[in-house]
Structures are given as structure tokens and as C-alpha cells.
Design a protein around this ligand. Structure first.
Ligand code: 3PG
Length: 404
């Protein structure tokens, strides 16, 4: 059955059941705590305006247009990583993009937050400091436990309601993702709703579907395969998962085999082998690859690094995509920064297809911009990485459960 690019109300209902929506309430003049995910790639110290940023800009604009007084809460990086930094710059790019000043609130416990909310006009927007600067935030705990966090208890009374729009962090049972649901009337934001609707469509009803799986981490994909392989027609394996599958099939991947082992990317080799053996009629492997010196059939790979699927594989995968009624892609087909050909061909086939097409995962969603497509060329471009994988793997997401 063709799922099409229209809303499937039955599935939407199942996935967002029992979650309150801000569409159903009047938020004019309401003091809103909005949890977004502004965890952005940082280049030369500057946060990048990715698809994720644009999506949250739309949410903030909507709340502002509807007259809410919005304080945005978000995180950036995590302790110990280079991208763990203040959200001051995020407030500047938000201000530029909105065309209105977004006040930056540097502290959680001082008077600044209460003052900012009190002085805010209807439609006003402010951004709180990186919530992961608070050690309580990162604890994996239940909603009830996080409701007792000092910062949750301190911040909640400043607001009328809590809107969680951070689908891409929804797998984290962190303070700002679950704690406020026990303290304030809580609603799903538009990004959260759209992600659950669109990813739910392919997870729950994936007829005549093709799964395109690539990227760097085969271990991420086993859950998706286990959850979805029964219902899909074909699984096209590229990237490191495709190469690991070739090794399993006994092909000599020369230098790349060693590299995969050295990076621990073969940890789920046994599980991938089980899937390939049990579903050999569905799993399609690369037939040729690209190395530094050229393109080779998989029987003739020289002792060099492999970088991408080869042109015959790309054409074969594109043909499968052209015949499908729904297509999900997670992960590029190779090292797409230097060797974009294989990945570009797959993304092009999806963009030109009338099927229900979903792109997911951090790298994968950035391919839209890289290959000069519009978000509208696909049925859905998910802004999530880990949450997307877990959701398609059938796991419950802590923040979604808390909202319910
Ligand atoms: C993401 O970018 O996937 C989310 O912001 C979650 O980030 P985390 O993996 O650091 O928790």
C-alpha cells in the first residue's frame, strides 16, 4: 500500500496518543519553558545553522507569533568534548535569524531568570545557558527523581507550562527532558509531533519499503534491522555496515578490514551475520567499491582503503529506490566529504522518487544541504541521530513516555 506524502491520521494518532499539543491551547501571554535541541555542529567556535537550527527557529517563531513569553532551554555537547560550550553564541544567531533580540540568561539560580520572565513582553524570547553545565541534568533518572532536582524545583515556578520539542534528545532521561513534566502542564512541540508522526509511519507501516543503511557504526543498525526487516522488501547496505557484510561474506577488504577491526566497528559482526543469513533474499550488498586508485568489483579489491560504494552498486541501489513505495535512509554510503558519488546518487534517487522518503541521523540529514536539495524534496528529514535509531528500533523514548 502506498503511504504517500499525506498525513496518515491513524498512525499519527497512535504515535502521539495521550500527548498534549500546543495546537490545542491558547498560549498568548503564557510563560513557556521550551526545551529544544540546539546541540549544533561547531566550526571555528561558531554554531552552524543546520536543518536542526532551522526547525527550532520555526518553533520559536510560532510561539512568539502566538504571543507566548518563551524561555528556550537547550544543551550543547557534553562535558569532556570540544563542542561543550556556552549557548551565548546560539542566542546571537537566534537573534539574527529572528530579527528580534533573544536575551541570553547566563545563570539558573540567580535573579536573572525571574527578572527576564517578568520583564518579557508577549512574543518575547530568551535563551538559558547550556543546561548540561548542571551536573544534575545528565543523571539518568526517572521523571519523578528528576522532579526533585534543585534546578527543576527552582525553575519550574517561573513558568505556566512546559513544551518539549527536543525529539533528538528524547532518548535521554535527563532532568530538563523529563523532570518538568511532573511540575508543569506539559505539551509536545511541533518538531516532536512531526518527528513522531513521520518516523512512526515508517516504523509501524513500512509497505513495499527499502531501508538504506550506511554510516560508520554497524552496531547502531542491528536494532533497526531486528525491528523492521520482516516488513521491508529490501535492505541496501553501504558504508561500514556494507563493508563489514562483505567481510562476513568472505571478501578480502585488504587495508579496510584491519581499519574496521582497529576501530572496534566489527563488535556486532555476529549479529549482522545472523541477519544476512536469515534474510539473504532481502539484504543487498555492494558489488563494487571505490578506493584511492579507482573502482573495483568486490572480488578484486586491491590492498588499499575503500572509501565509497562503486558506480554499479550505486545504480543498483538507485533502481531499488525508484521501485519502492517507502524508503528510509540512515547513514551515508561512504566517506562522503571526500568521496560523495555513491551517497549523492542515493540521495538523488530518493529526492526524485514519489515514495514516502525519510532521511535520518546527524550526517544523513546534512546531506540535504550538501547536495543542494530542499527539505521539501523528501517526505521527512529527521533532525535526530540516536533518538531516530532508537525509535526505529522499537525502543521507548524517555521524554515521550514522560509527556504521555
Ligand atoms: C543529539 O545531537 O543527538 C542530541 O542532542 C543528544 O546528544 P547526546 O548524544 O550528547 O546526548
Amino acid at each position: 500500500m502506498l503511504l504517500g506524502k499525506v498525513k496518515n491520521l491513524e498512525v499519527l494518532h497512535r504515535n502521539t496518543a495521550a500527548m498534549n499539543s500546543i495546537d490545542d491551547i491558547d498560549i498568548q501571554g503564557q510563560e513557556v519553558l521550551l526545551r529544544t535541541d540546539l546541540n549544533l555542529p561547531i566550526e571555528d567556535g561558531e554554531p552552524q545553522k543546520t536543518v536542526r537550527f532551522k526547525r527550532y527557529l520555526e518553533t520559536v517563531e510560532e510561539l512568539s507569533d502566538r504571543g507566548a513569553k518563551t524561555v528556550v532551554m537547550a544543551h550543547q555537547g557534553r562535558p569532556g568534548r570540544n563542542d561543550f560550550m556556552s549557548l551565548k553564541k546560539h542566542s546571537e544567531i537566534l537573534s539574527d535569524s529572528l530579527g528580534n533580540e533573544v536575551e541570553f540568561i547566563p545563570g539558573f539560580f540567580g535573579p536573572e531568570l525571574a527578572e527576564a520572565v517578568e520583564d518579557m513582553d508577549e512574543g518575547g524570547v530568551a535563551l538559558l545557558e547550556n543546561v548540561r553545565f548542571l551536573s544534575e541534568e545528565l543523571r539518568n533518572a526517572s521523571a519523578e527523581q528528576h522532579a526533585e532536582d534543585i534546578f527543576v524545583k527552582r525553575i519550574a515556578p517561573e513558568f505556566d507550562l512546559y513544551v518539549d520539542d527536543a525529539f533528538s534528545a528524547a532518548h535521554r532521561s535527563h532532568g530538563s527532558m523529563v523532570g518538568f513534566t511532573k511540575k508543569l502542564d506539559s505539551y509536545a512541540g511541533p518538531v516532536m509531533e512531526k518527528e513522531l508522526e513521520s518516523c512512526g509511519k515508517v516504523r509501524d507501516r513500512f509497505d513495499n519499503g527499502v531501508l538504506v543503511l550506511g554510516g560508520e557504526k554497524p552496531s547502531d543498525l542491528i536494532g533497526i534491522l531486528d525491528e523492521m526487516i520482516e516488513s521491508v522488501d529490501k535492505v541496501l547496505l553501504g558504508g561500514i555496515p556494507g563493508e563489514l557484510a562483505l567481510i562476513i561474506e568472505g571478501h578480502d577488504l585488504g587495508e579496510k578490514k584491519q581499519w574496521i577491526e582497529d576501530h572496534g566497528l566489527d563488535s556486532k559482526k555476529g549479529e549482522l551475520e545472523r541477519v544476512i543469513n536469515n534474510y539473504s533474499e532481502k539484504v543487498v550488498l555492494p558489488e563494487d567499491v571505490r578506493t584511492d586508485s579507482g573502482e573495483y568489483r568486490v572480488e578484486e579489491i586491491p590492498d588499499e582503503m575503500t572509501w565509497d560504494i562503486g558506480p554499479e552498486t550505486a545504480e543498483k541501489f538507485a533502481e531499488e529506490i525508484r521501485d519502492a513505495e517507502s524508503v528510509v535512509m540512515k547513514g551515508p554510503m561512504g566517506a562522503f566529504e571526500e568521496h560523495p558519488e555513491g551517497t549523492r546518487k542515493i540521495v538523488k534517487a530518493m529526492a526524485e522518487s514519489d515514495a514516502y522518503t525519510v532521511l535520518g541521523g546527524g550526517h544523513t540529514s546534512s546531506l540535504v544541504q550538501r547536495f543542494n536539495y530542499e527539505l521539501e524534496d523528501f517526505s521527512h528529514v529527521s533532525i535526530a541521530g540516536g533518538a531516530f535509531v532508537r525509535y526505529l528500533s522499537g525502543e521507548k523514548l524517555a521524554a515521550v513516555e514522560a509527556l504521555r
